[in-house]
Design a protein around this ligand. Structure first.
Ligand SMILES: *[C@@H]1O[C@H](CO)[C@@H](O)[C@H](O)[C@H]1NC(C)=O
Length: 198
């Protein structure tokens, strides 16, 4: 399950058939017609955030929570991943995130001024986060930097993404209440980063 933020879908038009057959995209109401995907009507950002007093908008929260609810009501297995339409995804990522048993983390390239956001592992063990904007976040990660196993999500019925600009990822991950020992690190101890010109 991939929850795509906003409307354009670049993955589904270019992905191989056997791959799209095994994947469901949860996409917002307005958008291009795409074959082989599940359509779901996802809610827009609540009106109150249109008020100029909210300078930073918590974008893509309502639709992601809508997608997460859809998963709760329709799925019992698999892994979900929140994709943005302005990212580029290496197809190998999807093989990698299939390994997820609870919540997995992996490097994301070309993000923030550091050019990389990743967990830091030493001798195979977690030792910290590398990200251009740590900002007191418990999980200073990019939306593209983690995946969640559906069976694990189902054990966390209250997990929800907060309407808190900049803190959407960390807020959601904190709400998943993951024990530290359950964090999984993929991509060969987070050493593999693939850029779109790879
Ligand atoms: C991760 O690092 C540990 C310790 O160096 C090593 O034993 C393990 O094989 C590594 N795992 C992968 C998938 O590279």
């Amino acid at each position: 399950m991939v929850i795509v933020n906003r409307c354009q879908i670049s993955i589904s038009t270019s992905c191989p058939r056997e791959w799209s057959d095994n994947m469901k995209l949860c996409i917002p109401k307005k958008g291009t017609v795409v074959d082989d995907v599940m359509w779901s009507v996802l809610p827009p950002m609540p009106k109150k955030f249109h008020d100029p007093k909210y300078k930073a908008k918590p974008k893509g929260v309502a639709n992601r929570n809508g997608g997460i609810d859809w998963i709760r009501n329709h799925a019992t297995e698999g892994v979900f991943y929140m994709a943005d339409d302005d990212n580029t995804y290496d197809i190998r990522l999807f093989d990698e995130i299939r390994k997820t048993k609870t919540v997995s983390f992996f490097p994301v390239g070309l993000t923030t001024s550091y050019g990389l956001s990743t967990p830091i592992l030493k001798d195979g063990k977690f030792s910290g986060w590398y990200d251009g904007w740590i900002a007191n976040r418990e999980y200073p990660v990019d939306m593209a930097g983690f995946a969640v196993a559906v069976p694990f999500l189902l054990t966390r019925p209250k997990a929800v993404m907060p309407y808190s600009a900049g803190y959407e990822e960390t807020g959601f991950l904190v709400s998943l209440n993951i024990s530290k020992g359950d964090l999984e690190f993929l991509a060969d101890n987070c050493t593999k980063v693939s850029y779109n010109n790879d």
